[in-house]
Design a protein around this ligand. Structure first.
Ligand code: 8GP
Length: 836
């Protein structure tokens, strides 16, 4: 960790040789040329964009490392309390542009690359995304790292170094999703520093033998080596460069020499490959749990390595174990790292001889748990037999924790067997399951949801008994946020510059205190400003139109209203509602005369998102979206009036093109199902208005920006349960519930968008069960869309005003606010400025 000692030689000589941060353009060109020549062993005359990107990235990496070393050294010297963010997903996207902006070196690098004959923007585009996450949960973790470094917090991330990120999505000729692997490490990754010297052993399987006093000895099984790879995380306009440590798996013994000598080569490498599969691939599910052994091993591997690392660092301060929580807070990003709770117990009790009760007191002061969903299918439960097989010692510890906990419940509510069964960490049945959300709750000092409504639902539904037991103060809310560096300044430089001019505050000030956007409000009345503002949106739309033209061959008119829904494809997110609404619009337009149609406000409806490879209904919906788009776009009557686009392979870097170009974006989950949503915040921050249900963070956005400036529709959370009950026991045919929707379903069933037998399962879910209440919300959705059209066409100036007011009131949704809440109210860590 970079302890500052000068072990040998002459200190002055060492210091003279150390690199500083370059600030002149010629320093930078020199550094780039050095990497072209020496690191890449390439030549100036045949260097392509990819090679130039690599050389530039290596040079920026050098800059990052200077500050990274300094930051880590000052942490080690002063030993501030640190927080650790454990997340199985960090959806980082690209790094180069962000690093340049955060380091404040973008202009210099632009000039330097220009001098060398390259265009910096092209080099930025040559980078591939680090897609080590599925969606909202993983991108949130990335925003929090950015904010942690920017707010100068001693915050590290811990995750896994997947060799394959989230699959790439292709669209087959028949319209369905095809998945291709994402071997993102095949090209060199300049943003990581391998730490072959930082390794830990992690055990699986084997045998755990109790030896009294709550202790046990765990032996045998398989041992795997965790190797650290460090990813520097620069703060914006600060010296802090924090660390994201990702673990890679390696076999502990090279290979079995006996088998090798006997000529049995396959057997010799068998153990190797089984160790290495551990960090091979990211599980591609969002909001859904799959009970796979390899996934459990990933979780245990990552938690054990991270805790070993944290404990080794704690030991450097030479303090008693009771002070561990004064130096360490650990945030559990959903239940994926919950196994860290029994793992810390195991390390303290079995390896460090801490008495069980003391160890439990330490543990429950150290951990904090964030819940990201109340969807039942997403709540993690591991089969007891599987856990017993893979992690026999952890299962014993979970049983011991459970025993003590249930005794306490019994003391509080004697003779309440039902309550004991409800609250037990073990769900009875064949097989039994370990309920990870309950374990995370009782093992943590605080539990939080990610938006007000969601935190309320957590307290009232899945953790209700636990609120009764522990009291309300343990259950908090931290509404999510997004980093305005990537999601405004980087993706929408035009808007960011205009804001800077208007509010007369340097970026280094307002991008770190987003509430300063308030100063934009008066400009909503300034007609010159309105024009400039509208022009930026128009240019962003043109940029997206170009992308769509080059990549998909579809022409879209930037004068149209751009309507965007981009997120994982999931029934609860209701892309279905959007699509059915599009078909309704199509049928309505078809029924008009061509003169009538000419008066209609043209719309471009854009969808993007991946479906989990095993999620049949989501994949079917993609196919229907794509084929509906083909039918509509091929219909001459729709030219320049309605265009539908499915953008394949949605990613962070695509979001950076799409979000600044939206007039309206859709966040239309069934009320009570979307915990927060974070792209809703990104769209509003970029001057797109929100069309949504009264769900997740939509509610708080409306509170901030004023409900006049959002388009709400649909039933409220309170109504959902009754409606579902109705659907089940007193079903009303769609024809009665919503004739407009019935007409749409009929068109699908009659084959207007392709072979109807293919889409029958989709139509059936709506006709027969409709768990996500599409029929109940359809008419009000159509109505809300009419209001959007009217507002956009009737008074474009008023529309622009709304977008300015919206942006000016988005201050709350910076991830800086969120991370400071965690720092102050949960972790109790302090801002620690790095002196340079
Ligand atoms: C997501 C929520 O669905 C989304 O509303 C929220 O904005 C985001 O987390 C960040 O808080 N939840 C998940 O991605 C999720 O729960 N994933 C796996 C745990 C199942």
């Amino acid at each position: 960790d970079g302890k500052e000692i000068w072990p040998r030689g002459d200190e002055k000589t060492w210091k003279a040789g150390m690199r500083g941060i370059p600030n002149t353009v010629s320093d930078i060109t020199n550094a780039i040329v050095y990497h072209v020549q020496s690191t890449l062993a390439r030549q100036a005359y045949n260097l392509d964009n990819l090679g130039a990107y690599q050389a530039v990235a290596l040079s920026v990496r050098d800059d990052l490392i200077v500050k990274w070393n300094e930051t880590q050294m000052q942490y080690t010297r002063k030993q501030p309390k640190r927080a650790y963010y454990l997340s199985l997903e960090f959806l980082m996207g690209r790094t180069l542009d962000n690093a340049l902006l955060n380091l404040g070196l973008k202009q210099q690098y632009k000039a330097a690359t220009h001098k060398l004959g390259f265009n910096l923007e092209d080099l930025i585009d040559a980078e591939r995304d680090a897609a080590l996450g599925n969606g909202g949960l993983g991108r949130l973790a990335a925003c929090y790292l950015d904010s942690g470094a920017t707010m100068e917090l001693p915050l590290w991330g811990y995750g896994l170094r997947y060799h394959y990120g989230l699959f790439a999505q292709h669209i087959a000729p028949d319209g369905s999703q095809l998945e291709a692997p994402d071997p993102w490490l095949d090209t060199d990754n300049p943003w990581e520093i391998p730490r072959q010297d930082v390794t830990y052993d992690v055990r699986f399987y084997g045998h755990a033998e109790r030896i009294g006093n709550g202790k046990a000895v765990w032996t045998g099984g398989q041992e795997v080596l965790a190797v650290a790879y460090d990813v520097p995380i620069p703060g914006y306009s600060t010296n802090t460069v924090n660390n994201l440590r990702l673990w890679d798996a390696k076999p502990k013994r090279g290979f079995d020499l006996n088998s090798f000598n006997a000529g049995d080569y396959d057997r010799a490498i068998q153990e190797n490959s089984s160790a290495e599969t551990l960090t091979r691939v990211l599980y591609p599910n969002d909001n859904h749990m799959l009970g796979k052994e390899l996934r459990l091993k990933q979780q245990a591997f990552w938690c054990a390595a991270s805790l070993s690392d944290i404990i080794r660092r704690f030991k450097q301060v030479e303090k008693p174990w009771s002070e561990f929580p004064e130096y360490v807070s650990i945030q559990l990003n959903d239940t994926h790292p919950t196994i860290a709770i029994p793992e810390l117990m195991r390390m303290l009790v079995d390896e460090e001889d801490v008495p069980w009760g003391d160890a439990w007191a330490i543990t429950t002061k150290t951990f904090f748990y964030t819940n990201h969903t109340v969807l039942p299918e997403a709540l993690e439960k591991w089969p007891v037999p599987l856990m017993e097989h893979v992690l026999p010692r952890h299962l014993q510890i979970i049983y011991d924790i459970n025993m003590a906990f249930l005794q306490a419940v019994e003391r509080k509510w004697p003779n309440d067997r039902e309550r004991l069964a409800r609250m037990s960490l073990i769900q009875e049945g064949e097989p039994k399951y370990v309920r990870m959300a309950f374990l995370a709750t009782i093992g943590s000092a605080k539990v939080n949801g990610v938006a007000e409504l969601h935190s309320h639902l957590v307290r009232e539904t899945i953790l209700r008994d636990f609120v009764d037991f522990f009291g309300k103060s343990k259950f908090a809310n931290v509404t999510n946020g997004v980093t305005p560096r990537r999601w405004l300044d980087q993706c929408n430089p035009g808007l960011s510059n205009l804001i800077t001019d208007a509010i007369q505050k340097p970026k280094a000030v307002w991008l770190k205190d987003l509430t300063l956007l308030k100063a934009l409000e008066p400009f909503a009345e300034d007609s010159v400003f309105l024009k400039k503002w509208a022009l930026i949106k128009h240019n962003n739309k043109k940029h997206l139109a170009d992308y769509i033209k080059t990549h998909l061959g579809i022409t879209v008119n930037p004068q149209s209203l751009f309507d965007i829904q981009i997120k994982r494809i999931h029934e609860y997110k209701r892309q279905s509602l959007n699509l059915l609404g599009v078909i309704h619009r199509y049928l309505t337009l078809k029924a008009m005369t061509s003169t009538e149609r000419k008066k209609v406000n043209p719309r471009v409806v854009i969808f993007g998102g991946k479906a989990a490879p095993g999620y049949f209904m989501a994949k079917l919906l993609i196919r229907l979206i794509v084929n509906t788009a083909r039918t509509i776009n091929a219909d001459a009557d729709m030219k320049d009036i309605l265009t539908v686009v499915f953008v394949p392979d949605y990613s962070v870097s695509l979001a950076e093109i799409l979000i600044p170009a939206s007039d309206i974006s859709q966040h239309i989950s069934t009320a009570g199902t979307e915990a927060s949503g974070t792209s809703n915040m990104k769209f509003c921050l970029n001057g797109g208005l929100l069309l949504g249900t009264v769900d997740g963070a939509n509610i708080e956005i409306a509170e901030e920006v004023d409900s006049n400036n959002v388009f709400f529709f649909g039933h409220l959370t309170d109504a959902v349960e009754d409606l579902r009950h109705q659907h089940k026991y007193h079903p009303i045919p769609v024809e009665e519930r919503s004739p407009a929707l019935a007409a749409v379903l009929k068109e699908i069933e009659e084959g207007r968008f392709g072979d109807p037998t293919i889409y029958q399962p989709f139509v059936d879910t709506i006709r027969l069960s409709d768990y996500y209440l599409v029929t109940d919300d359809f008419d009000s959705y159509v109505e809300a869309n009419k209001m959007v059209d009217d507002a956009y066409v009737k008074d474009p100036e008023e529309w622009t005003k709304k977008t300015i007011l919206t942006v000016s009131r988005m201050g709350k949704f910076s991830s800086d606010r969120a991370i400071m809440t965690y720092a102050e109210e949960f972790w109790n860590i302090e801002q620690f400025a790095i002196k340079f």
